[in-house]
Structures are given as structure tokens and as C-alpha cells.
Design a protein around this ligand. Sequence first.
Ligand SMILES: CSC[C@H](NC(=O)[C@H](Cc1ccccc1)NC(=O)N1CCOCC1)C(=O)N[C@@H](CC1CCCCC1)[C@@H](O)C(=O)OC(C)C
Length: 329
Amino acid sequence: QTGSANTNPSDSADDEYITSVSIGTPAQVLPLDFDTGSSDLWVFSSETPKSSASGHVTYSPSKSSTAKKLSGSTWSIKYGDKSSSSGDVYTDVVTIGGFSVKTQAVESATKVSTQFVQDTLISGLVGLGFDIGNQVSPRPQKTWFSNAASSLAEPLFTADLRHQETGSYNFGFIDTSLAKGTIGYTPADGSEGYWGFTATGYSVGGAKLNRNSITGIADTGTTLLLLPDNIVDAYYNNVESAEYDDSQEGVVFDCSEDLPSFSFGVGGQTITISGDLLNLTPIEEGSSTCFGGLQSSSDIGTNIFGDVALKAALVVFDLGNERLGWAQK
Ligand SMILES: CSC[C@H](NC(=O)[C@H](Cc1ccccc1)NC(=O)N1CCOCC1)C(=O)N[C@@H](CC1CCCCC1)[C@@H](O)C(=O)OC(C)C
């Protein structure tokens, strides 16, 4: 068996990607953000304070004949951007891209931080990280993918995120036609709950790849490509108008500048992110100053190959073989 779900950028900056998920009987369809950087499936629900839930699609377990309360279980989660949520837990049928998991832990939010209240485009997250990262207590729950894996044709999923167009999350199969290049595989380290891996080097503007290990995570839930300062500086030294903007907390530049590409080596392949993918968006509507898709990882403590990098590739999250595959798109 397999599953295939379309995913769409939330806004003109591709800030996040939205995928429709069906929960319960009859199906309640919610727009969720698939996040390989976390391992909890949680939703805005009938238990979320009305003031916080305003403008959001919500899940009502009481309206689902297959919902069951997981009594005594609670959850609480905090993300890299300091947003947070918490609540209690139900199990219900969850269908993604036509594939159903009958008894999936659906974490219902009784509290959500301001960022989530304001982001009315999503009603929660589907964590696609490793089960060890799940935040339900006293008994951690499995992710949707972990529950699905044993029934899928192959225990893997692919992410095909695209700039300002519809992409896909495919489960149980690899559609190689989505990629131009060969898929290069490298070991994935799930010990922290994320999809960790090591890139073998980088280059700017199509120059020869210099060799230096960059250890980081493949994270569909992070907008940017976040790398060490020395690499960020090496890139922006080629962008004449680039400067650090304190209020934007990142490097900005003239929107009119042609940006060089950025490449990194992984699994014996070279993934090249085109210059236009590295211009994220004007800092404000109509501004001629733009915000860079490549920024420093120094205040996070880990390098993150987020959506800006993932948009350049077809990425295979291969749980069965504990490896990540990358192919140029
Ligand atoms: C350095 S880690 C920062 C990362 N967040 C982000 O990347 C958020 C995602 C977002 C987009 C739109 C609206 C709201 C939030 N974007 C962000 O901080 N941006 C500021 C810079 O300009 C680009 C947008 C993050 O916390 N990712 C979470 C998932 C994320 C999904 C959206 C809701 C908030 C939580 C997760 O992947 C995570 O914590 O990863 C860990 C391993 C770092």
C-alpha cells in the first residue's frame, strides 16, 4: 500500500507547507504542517479555548464515532522558534493521501502559544520525526508514519516541496520522475528524534565543492537553510548589497541583485539551490530590500536544512534503512 498527498506553500514566501489530513468518522479535514523536525501529531480542537481557536479549522472528537480518549495521557511541546502547545490525547483514524492509520494518537490542544493563534493557515502539525521524540506522557505515542510503515509497500516517505507551486508527500514509494538527478543516500541519525545527517561540503556559485563536514537535520518544518557563520559569510561575500539587519534578525540585500547559487554535497551527489530560491521575500510588502533564505544557525546549536534547501531536491526519508536520500530536482 502507498499514500500520496499534495502540499502547498502557505504564502508568497513559502514560509510553511500545508497538507490536508482527514481525522475521524465521518472525516474531519484539517490543514496541517508536516514537520520532520518533531514527532507529535497535534490539532486545534473543540478543547482549544474559543478565543485561541477563532479562524482555525478544529477537530471535535465528540463528533467522531471512532474517537477514543487516551485517558491519563497529556502532552506539551516547544519548538525551535519558541512556539508551544499542550493538551490531552485521543486515538482516532487518520488518513493522509488515501492511506489510513486506524488507531493514531491525535493530540488535542487545550493550550496554544500566540504564534499558533495567529497562524490561522494551519490547524496543527503532523510530526514525521522519530518516535523517540514524541512528547506524550506517561506513555509516548508513535507518529503517523511509524504506525503506517509496516503496512506501506516500503518503510519510507518522500518530500517534494516546491517554490510557489504544489508539491507532494509520498508514502511507501519513490516517484523518481520527480527528480532530475540520481538519488544519493547517506546514513540518518534518529537518536535525537530528528532526521540528522552529514553533508560533505559546500560551494558558492557553481565553484568546486570544498570538502568539510556539515552535520545537520532535514527539517520540513523550518522555513530557512540555517548553516554555520563561516559558510553564511562565504556566501554573502558574493552579494554586494548584503548586510545584517538587526530588526529583521538576518542578512538582507537589494531585491534586484542576482544571487549566486549554493551547493552542498550529500550521499555522493551535489544539490544546487538556485539563486532565486535563496531570495526568500521582500522584508515588507513592496519593499526593495529582500530577506535571505540562507541564514546563520549559530544561535540554534544545530544546522537545519529547511524548506529553502528541500525545495531544490527530492528527499527520501528512509526509515527502513535509517538513511536519507537526496536527488537534484
Ligand atoms: C530554528 S527552528 C525554527 C522553526 N520555525 C520556523 O522555521 C518558522 C516556521 C513558521 C512559518 C510560518 C508561520 C509560523 C512558523 N519560520 C520562521 O521562524 N521564519 C522566520 C524567518 O523567516 C522565515 C520564517 C521551528 O521551530 N520549526 C519547528 C516546526 C514549526 C512548524 C510551524 C509552526 C511552528 C513550529 C520544528 O521543525 C522544530 O522545532 O525543529 C527543531 C528541530 C529546530
